[in-house]
Design a protein around this ligand. Structure first.
Ligand code: SF4
Ligand code: SF4
Length: 282
């Protein structure tokens, strides 16, 4: 009943914080391999007990003291946060009001990405923080003369380090992109995309981990959930008369930095062919 949480980076960890699996519980193994596995799981359990004692998160956000805070006055009890939390860290009462369980929480932000009322926040990560960063980017009005502007919301676990490594290797891509790191694509709230579109950005690229059966998302379902939400975003854009192709989600693993320039330049070329965002300059 405790599915794995990230088979590449955290092989012993299950999706229930504090429960670690070892040996044949995980996969068929020889006795020697089981012993080694058990040692790894025990070390992870020791780290977890220490983290809980200090009131901080376990990996991947090791040491993070923040946790989601809910402004219940505006909560509509829609249950989206409880349904989308990948780690079962939110229970709900009979009315549907979320009941946070900070000891299980991994601080991924998927709940706040899900909340249509935007009532969930962290002391060190919140809707207004990223929204303000988006609104502060200078977007020129003249598309023909000054080119498009593309916002890249990049997952800080894989995509952002991949961009970093590509940069350190002197790889180059379109100068029209502005990158903002996010905790996980699961934490992307649709309001950020609307903010970017009303600001005049011509396209928004959501750059994150692989999803599906061989997922690489460090928060299990974040990038998959983001892809599902993208369909709702596309409907909203359609209603506003903005081409939904202006928002796309692309996958990159941490070691695929070679792929980064083509991925970005391909998206910029598609947006350039679409022309300016109809909201530009309004
Ligand atoms: S931050 Fe992540 S783990 Fe914590 S309650 Fe929200 S969705 Fe669940
Ligand atoms: S998603 Fe937001 S509005 Fe819905 S139950 Fe959770 S906190 Fe309340």
């Amino acid at each position: 009943g405790f599915a794995d949480s990230n088979y590449i980076c955290f092989p012993y960890e299950t999706r229930r914080t504090g429960v670690y699996a070892a040996g044949c519980v995980r996969q068929p193994l020889t006795m020697d391999a089981c012993e080694e596995d058990a040692r790894g799981a025990v070390l992870k359990a020791v780290q977890c007990i220490e983290a809980a004692g200090h009131g901080v998160a376990v990996h991947p956000r090791s040491g993070d003291r923040s946790y989601p805070v809910f402004n219940f006055v505006r909560c509509t009890q829609c249950k989206r946060c409880t349904e989308e939390c990948p780690f079962g860290a939110l229970d709900d009462d009979e009315k549907g009001t979320p009941k946070p369980n900070p000891a299980r929480c991994r601080r991924c932000g998927t709940c706040f990405g899900a909340c249509p009322e935007r009532v969930i926040s962290f002391a060190n990560y919140n809707i207004d923080q990223i929204g303000s960063m988006i609104r502060e980017v200078q977007v020129p009005k003249d598309f023909k003369k000054e080119g498009p502007r593309i916002l890249i919301l990049a997952c800080e676990n894989d995509a952002y380090p991949a961009l970093d490594m590509a940069g350190m290797r002197r790889k180059a891509w379109s100068p029209y992109c502005r990158v903002i790191p996010v905790r996980c694509l699961g934490s992307v709230n649709a309001i950020w995309v609307s903010d970017a579109m009303s600001k005049g950005f011509d396209g928004v690229m959501l750059l994150g981990c692989k999803y599906g059966d061989d997922y690489q998302c460090h928060f299990v379902k974040g990038s998959e959930i983001c892809n599902r939400r993208k369909e709702n975003i596309a409907e909203t854009l359609n209603r506003l008369g903005v081409q939904p192709e202006r928002v796309d989600q692309l996958e990159v693993a941490i070691d695929e930095y070679d792929k980064v320039p083509d991925l970005i330049d391909g998206f910029v070329a598609r947006i350039t062919a679409l022309g300016p965002n109809p909201f530009k300059g309004m």
